[in-house]
Design a protein around this ligand. Structure first.
Ligand SMILES: Cc1ncc(COP(=O)(O)O)c(C=O)c1O
Length: 484
């Protein structure tokens, strides 16, 4: 075991910082916090190292319970809470140093970047990697900057309805608008044009059989023809890139039909527009045994829809803050010294944790487990769907599962209240489900938020998966009763 010997404070004092918090400290916290929202539970510790279960304490009653986390803390903890291998590697790194300035080279930075370059699919294999100490917003911003550097005259970007690319001032603009509920105007509005996202379950062209994330067999991809108009010059300025999540996540688990991606590739190549995939949620084995969704399409459908740039956050850091962006080495440019850096961007902790986590996933075949457990859960959910008319559509490969809740399967009317009640009822029944993001009208009216997510750590067991399905039904039943 790694040993640290404190010199100034004693071990008890130091471990007390994270071990617990008393009522008085929590009252002060409530007073001092700038944000006006926080969870009703205090997270205490992993049930066991590397477990998808976590021990939490009720903020008000002080009651302690164990909860199975189907959010993986914003879909980040691929290996559960406090994985021992990752923590061991991090502790070893910490014995050496914890911070090196942005142009510094150190072993875990070199190895992590090499590994990402080796793992990325298609035309990104062998590409050039840029990491940051924060996550997805900065990764997508790095791609935007790089597209500006490498584009021949383009300085504008297409994004899609429901796309989410982060919360920095510029990335809010690239994302599905929250401006009706934010009290400031985001920056760079003239850099982005938003276009409709293909949405097979709720097709704008009224095809009705786009179920389970699949295209309606009758569909002629009219949605692509619309987007093509923009690619061919409908935007007010010349396009440098198009930014998309190949399987949109926060916006409601809405996939681009693979044929759409093929056509997009053709037009973008012809028009010299960079394709930037944001695989922040679908990357790092979340959709099954492949590193990215793009790789899954390559191996299973035989199509290479790999982009010019790809962005990651969440699981890429092995439980620590990290973002990454990779660029195809067909683009010959590189970033200059000050074009994309922050003080902490090359975090040794993040690089070490990220690499250790990928090594564990590979060695323990966690991607394969993700695929199996995903099939197990989805099969049971589809059985439940026959019993419950409010389960509209079930989408997502692997443990990237979203269930669209509707008033009834025929009308497909959004059932937002049910999703919201299930989140609360889940907490009461010791399971944490995740929500999709809210869609708001220009006046701030909530239009829909009806997708409930099951995206636990990828190392859940068969028993955990059965527990999730049993609880899903029990929570659904109770919530339907609560809403009567
Ligand atoms: C697809 C996608 N891109 C980017 C981001 C932003 O990442 P971060 O919150 O790490 O800045 C997120 C976060 O949810 C995301 O889901």
């Amino acid at each position: 075991m790694v040993d640290f010997n404190p010199k100034v404070l004693n071990k008890e004092e130091l471990s007390a910082i994270s071990a617990g918090v008393n009522e008085e400290e929590l009252l002060l916290f409530d007073k001092h916090l700038l944000d006006n929202y926080y969870d009703s539970n205090v997270f205490i510790e992993a049930k066991e190292p590397g477990s998808p279960w976590v021990i939490v304490k009720d903020f008000k009653t002080g009651e302690q319970s164990e909860k199975l986390d189907c959010t993986a803390q914003y879909w980040s903890l691929a290996l559960g809470f406090a994985h021992p291998d990752v923590n061991y590697a991090v502790a070893e790194q910490m014995k050496r140093f914890t911070h090196i300035k942005s142009e510094g080279v150190f072993p875990s930075r070199a190895k992590f970047i090499n590994k990402l370059s080796e793992l990325c699919p298609g035309r990104l294999k062998g590409g050039r990697v840029k990491i940051n100490n924060e996550g997805g917003s900065l990764a997508v911003e790095a791609a935007v900057k790089f597209a500006l550097v490498a584009s021949k005259g383009g300085d504008h970007f297409l994004t899609f309805r429901g796309g989410y690319h982060g919360n920095t001032l510029a990335m809010i603009t690239a994302s599905q608008p929250f401006h009706t509920i934010t009290r400031f105007r985001p920056f760079g509005v003239d850099f982005f044009t938003r276009v409709p996202q293909p949405y097979c379950y709720r097709c704008l062209w009224n095809y009705k059989n786009g179920l389970y994330g699949k295209q309606d067999p009758e569909c002629n991809l009219e949605c692509f023809n619309l987007v093509k108009e923009y690619l061919m010059g409908l935007t007010s300025r010349k396009l440098a890139g198009v930014i998309l999540e190949p399987w949109q996540a926060a916006g409601g688990h809405v996939p681009f039909p693979p044929d759409f991606l093929v056509k997009l590739r053709e037009v973008c190549e012809q028009e010299k527009i960079f394709i930037i995939y944001d695989e922040s949620q679908t990357g790092v084995y979340r959709t099954g045994k492949y590193f990215t969704l793009t790789e899954k399409y390559e191996k299973e459908l035989g199509i290479d829809v790999s982009p010019d740039m790809m962005c990651f956050t969440k699981a890429i850091g092995g439980g620590f803050p990290l973002g990454a962006m990779i660029v195809s080495n067909k683009i010959k440019k590189r970033f200059g010294p000050t074009e994309d850096h922050t003080t902490f961007c090359n975090t040794p902790i993040g690089c070490t944790a990220g690499l250790a986590s990928i090594m564990v996933i590979e060695r323990a075949k966690i991607g394969e487990n993700c695929e199996e457990r995903g099939k197990q859960i989805t099969k049971q959910l589809k059985e439940l769907q026959e019993k419950y008319d409010v389960m509209g559509d079930i989408r997502g490969p692997g443990l990237f599962i979203g269930i669209e809740l509707v008033k009834d399967q025929k009308s497909r009317e959004h059932f937002t209240e049910l999703m919201e009640d299930m989140l609360h009822e889940g907490v009461r029944q010791n399971i944490l489900f995740g929500p999709s993001m809210p869609y708001l009208s220009g006046t701030g009216k909530l239009l829909k938020r009806n997708l409930i997510k099951i995206k636990p750590p990828l190392n859940i067991t068969e028993e955990d998966a059965d527990f999730i399905c049993d609880k899903f039904e029990s929570v659904l039943k109770t919530s339907l009763n609560n809403l009567k």
